[in-house]
Design a protein around this ligand. Structure first.
Ligand code: AMP
Length: 283
């Protein structure tokens, strides 16, 4: 696996590989890699003959500076895991490389409803930051396929919209969420939890399944309130949201028609760490 820090060198490698007829697959990450990331890389190696992974903790997507400061870094382990998974190139840029004119006064994307609902409501500016970094990474890598995790369902929708807005022809591949045996979705942020916190955190997925099992045609507001209470009694300190949202556009679907495929999504804090998760429910 080659490790590249500069866009110029990365572009040279990709241009050569594309000219040789390789399909380029790209997996953007913020590092502190776990089996969820590695599954994305393995999926990419199945579909593409040259796989690029980026590790870059993007400052413009953190609305909470403390979250940015505490973001786990495990670079040596990441390099070993990526080599084993069959990654061909690791792109490891500095902020000067991604944002050469600084991180102030950057471009805005017209994302519509999807920007300000759910995660967007609790993390203002987050998805603008996500679009900025992914657009820059795509310009550097110029891949044929882009691999994203279902765990960040709203991020997948936002990036799909950004690809439309920027007319990028890359094909999006969405990979299902990888979970611990407890059901807890794997996340780099789990590395900040104590052993006890890790056990308790499984309640987030359990609660989403509880909503899925009890969803009814009509008003589900009472069910959502019960779900929040369950999370709090299971040891979560605060719940940002438990929501039922239309699968196609993430509009509120808590008044369910019995037919629409929905996401059941949640975001909550445990030991000061904010976790998110979702399930898909086909009506
Ligand atoms: P991150 O490093 O958290 O920015 O994640 C990089 C990519 O890995 C994103 O596309 C995530 O959705 C994906 N990802 C993170 N956790 C998981 C998981 N548990 N299962 C599948 N994909 C994941």
């Amino acid at each position: 696996m080659v490790i590249l820090k500069k866009i110029t060198f990365l572009k040279e490698v990709i241009t050569q590989k594309s000219a040789e007829g390789h399909q380029i697959g790209f997996v953007p990450t913020m590092g502190a890699l776990h089996e969820g990331h590695i599954t994305l890389v393995e999926q990419a190696t199945k579909q593409c003959s040259f796989v690029v992974v980026s590790i870059y903790i993007n400052p413009t997507q953190f609305n909470n500076p403390d979250d940015f400061k505490k973001y786990p870094i495990t670079l040596e382990q990441d390099i070993l895991a990526l080599t084993k998974a069959g990654c061909d190139a690791l792109f490891l840029p500095d902020t000067d490389e991604i944002y050469p004119t600084g991180t102030a006064n950057l471009e805005l994307y017209e994302l519509g409803l999807i920007e300000n609902t759910l995660e967007g409501r609790y993390r203002p500016g987050h998805f603008q930051g996500v679009c900025r970094v992914v657009n820059r990474l795509l310009a550097a890598v110029n891949p044929d396929y882009l691999f994203l995790g279902q765990k960040d369902a709203q991020q997948c929708k936002v990036i799909a919209k950004m690809l439309q807005l920027t007319n990028r022809s890359v094909q999006l591949v969405i990979v299902p969420t990888i979970r611990a045996t407890s059901g807890l979705a794997l996340s780099s942020r789990n590395k900040r939890l104590s052993e006890e916190g890790l056990i308790k955190a499984a309640a987030l997925y359990e609660t989403l399944l509880f909503v899925q099992e009890n969803i009814e045609i009509g008003n589900n507001d009472g069910l959502i309130e019960t779900a929040k209470t369950r999370l709090l009694s299971a040891g979560f300190e605060a719940v940002d949201y438990i929501a039922i949202a239309d699968h196609s556009n993430l509009a509120d679907a808590s008044h369910w028609d019995g037919k629409t495929t929905v996401y059941i999504l949640g975001a909550a804090f445990i030991e000061g760490v904010r976790l998110i998760d979702n399930t898909i429910f086909v009506g």
